[in-house]
Design a protein around this ligand. Structure first.
Ligand code: 5GP
Length: 220
């Protein structure tokens, strides 16, 4: 009796697990502008919308910028393990809801996080392989202060406190995979896109590669 080797039906599909792209920076370094532009260009990228106890700023929308919740709701979400990470920033609580992120990653979507260094450390511990972290630095302290002032949504007191906090935030730069000095918005966007492209091609993110190559070697 002879056995014929089964031929694969055709090329095996290579799929990809989504990645978690974290952008952190001191307030005013341009992170929010870069995030918005990226989301407009990169169609497979979705934004993780954090929950926060901070009051809504003019122009912000509940459910789009943040999920604005009261302290009791935030505490309940902590108790229910509904957050992937959470932290206190500027007297307010911020947290990343777990469920949507897990669904998006499993579906091969990339998720963008606008979170601080505390949240990034927690995500790194929980999900090391999925995480790509980028820290955005301002080109100078004068530029940072100018950007905070022209934003004009916060009181002078808040601006002063954010400036004081910036030095502390920036001290965490070495915990990130990539560093971008945001002296030109378009260049910074291109740089984040280059990071995304390279990270998407990483071998460990491509599912089915071994079968695909086996198929190639067998002439499928
Ligand atoms: P803002 O109040 O200016 O929107 O945000 C203040 C800081 O909180 C920013 O550095 C922002 O990245 C951070 N932040 C926003 N959402 C989250 C979150 O879900 N988790 C953590 N750890 N930080 C967050």
């Amino acid at each position: 009796m002879t056995f014929e080797r089964a031929k694969p039906a055709g090329p095996v599909e290579i799929r990809r697990r989504g990645l978690m792209l974290v952008l952190s920076s001191p307030s005013g370094a341009g992170k929010t502008t870069i995030s918005r532009r990226l989301l407009g260009i990169e169609t497979s990228l979705v934004l993780s919308i954090s929950a926060t106890t901070r009051p809504m700023r003019p122009g912000e929308k509940d459910g789009a910028d943040y999920q604005f919740v009261d302290h009791a709701t935030f505490d309940r979400m902590i108790a229910e393990s509904a957050f992937l990470e959470y932290a206190k920033v500027f007297d307010h609580q911020y947290g990343t809801p777990r469920a949507p992120v897990e669904q998006w990653l499993a579906a091969g979507r990339d998720v963008l996080f606008d979170i601080d260094w505390q949240g990034t450390q927690q995500l790194a511990q929980a999900t090391r392989d999925d995480l790509v972290s980028v820290f955005i630095l301002p080109p100078s302290i004068a530029t940072l202060e100018q950007r905070l002032k022209t934003r004009a949504q916060d009181s002078a007191d808040v601006v002063a406190r954010r400036m004081a906090k910036a030095a502390d935030e920036m001290s965490h730069w070495a915990e990130y995979d990539y560093i971008i000095v945001n002296d030109d918005l378009e260049t910074s966007i291109q740089r984040v896109r280059a990071i995304l492209l390279a990270e998407r091609l990483k071998r460990h993110r491509q599912i089915g590669l071994a079968e695909f190559v086996k198929g190639l070697r067998e002439g499928a």
